[in-house]
Every structure is written in C-alpha cells, then in structure tokens.
Write a protein of this length. Structure first.
Length: 273
C-alpha cells in the first residue's frame, strides 16, 4: 500500500470487518479518527502523483468500516429529519455554503469553494476556488481539483467498492458543462472543458475531431475542449450510434481561465456552453 496518513490499525479492522458492530467501541474510535482525517483534508482517498492517480486504500476501508461501527442516528436540519449512520459535515472553514447544499462528514472543501444547493458524499474532495453548482453531485471519494466549475446538474460518480477501484478525478482548472456525467473512475485532466451533456465513463472512446485519432479511453485530455458525440457501430441488428467524447480543439495555456473563449469554441460547433 502507498503512504497513508491513516493509522495501520484500519487494516487489521478491515480483516475482521465481518465481526464488527457498533458495540465495538475501540474499533469505532479508530474509524472515527480515520474519517476525521478525511473530513479535515489531512488524508485523501486519491491524489495525482507524477501524472498517475494513486488511491489510498486505507482511506476507502475507513469509510466502509464506518457503516459497520456507527449506529443509525436521527438528526434534524431545520424542519427536515434524517436517519443515517453518517452525520452531516460541520467544518466549512473559508467555504461558502448556500442553503440547500448538503455535505456528509468525511468530505472536504478547501477555502474558497462555493457550494450551491448540491450534494457531496463522504470521501469527496473539492479544491480551493472551485464551485459545485446547483444540483451538482460529487460522489463518494470523487476528487475535484482547484478552480474547477461543476455546472448545474453535473454528476460526478462515486466509488467505494470494489476496494481497488479508482475514483473519478477532475483536475485543476477544469470546466464541466451542465448535466454532464463523469463516472466509473473516468478522469478529466488539467484545464479540460466539457460541453453540456457530455458523458465520460471508464470505457468511453475519445477522438480528435480534426485528425480522427483515438486517444486514451475514459479521459478528457489536458486543455481539451470536448463535447459528447457518437460514432456509428455495426451490429447484427443494424448500425447504431455509440456514445463517445469528441475533442474539438486544445486551448493554449493562457486560455485556461477564459470562459468567453470556451463559449466561442462551443458555439462555433453548435454546442451550448
């Protein structure tokens, strides 16, 4: 296992997880301490190291163990009532939280994040200066970088099991257009821009519009302006359009923050930004 900020005792608890219950106070204390590290941003489920996504399996195990050692508890938020094993997050230092935003304990937001009415699950991480817009969802363990805009209704998929599965990673300076879905451990690289309604899964095929070249599956390339598209595939029953991601062009480094330039590129191809 790669370096982890979480205590090795979690591994021992994982080996005997089938026998754990909320009555095991020692296990409960160790799991709470581990998830508190995720909540504070000291530990993370995954990070990009030397260009590769490195997963902290101990962090994922801590989250799964929480569902075994924490009992169901009733809670309220105003007139709303809840019953869950995991409490809501309470630490939002330097974060703007608009009424209607929900974040579970064990998620973390760096200073400058804006949470519109949205949902962030346990293990989710959102970097400094990013916005999680209205009705967007950051799934369990999903990792979102700094200065990212997740537009309205975006779905960033979660992952807890299988244990070795990698979470979705959206890197710094990315833009994900309204109602787009990024799931199954797909990756949006630094500065990439996805038009509205884009679908990216681990198996999504990615092509360059100018060259027809096929790129790495399940990844929006660095500084690429992408839109959802389809490619014709023959089946015994006929020819059908299969979804893919189409790279329209690449932005220069200086265009990373220029949303007007992005909008112009998308409108040029008849796509809403």
């Amino acid at each position: 296992m790669s370096h982890s900020e979480i205590a090795p005792a979690i591994d021992e608890l994982w080996e005997r997880r089938a026998d754990l219950t909320p009555a095991d106070q020692d296990a409960r204390a160790q799991v709470i301490a581990a998830v508190d590290l995720l909540d504070a941003g000291v530990a993370r489920v995954a990070q990009v190291v030397d260009g590769q996504v490195v997963v902290d399996e101990r962090a994922k195990r801590s989250i799964l163990l929480a569902f075994r050692v924490l009992e169901m508890t009733e809670s309220t938020a105003g007139d709303f009532r809840y019953c869950d094993r995991l409490p809501l997050k309470t630490r939002f230092e330097g974060v703007r939280v608009v009424p209607g935003a929900i974040a579970r304990w064990g998620s973390h937001f760096e200073p400058g994040v804006v949470l519109m009415p949205s949902y962030t699950n346990i293990g989710g991480y959102v970097g400094a200066g990013s916005m999680v817009d209205t009705w967007a969802t950051v799934g369990s363990c999903a990792q979102v970088g700094a200065n990212v805009h997740l537009s309205g209704g975006v779905g960033i998929g979660g992952v807890l099991e299988p244990a070795q599965a990698a979470p979705v990673v959206v890197e710094d300076e990315a833009f994900v257009g309204s109602r787009s879905m990024i799931v199954e451990g797909a990756r949006v690289r630094t500065g990439a821009k996805l038009g509205a309604g884009s679908i990216l899964t681990a198996s999504t095929r990615v092509f360059e519009a100018d060259t027809g070249k096929e790129l790495a599956r399940g990844e929006a390339p660095e500084r690429a302006v992408c839109v959802g598209s389809s490619r014709v595939k023959s089946f015994p029953g006929g020819e059908f359009g299969m979804p893919c991601l189409l790279v329209l062009r690449y932005l220069e480094p200086g265009q990373v923050h220029d949303k007007l330039a992005l909008n112009d590129v998308l409108r040029e191809h008849g796509v809403a930004p």
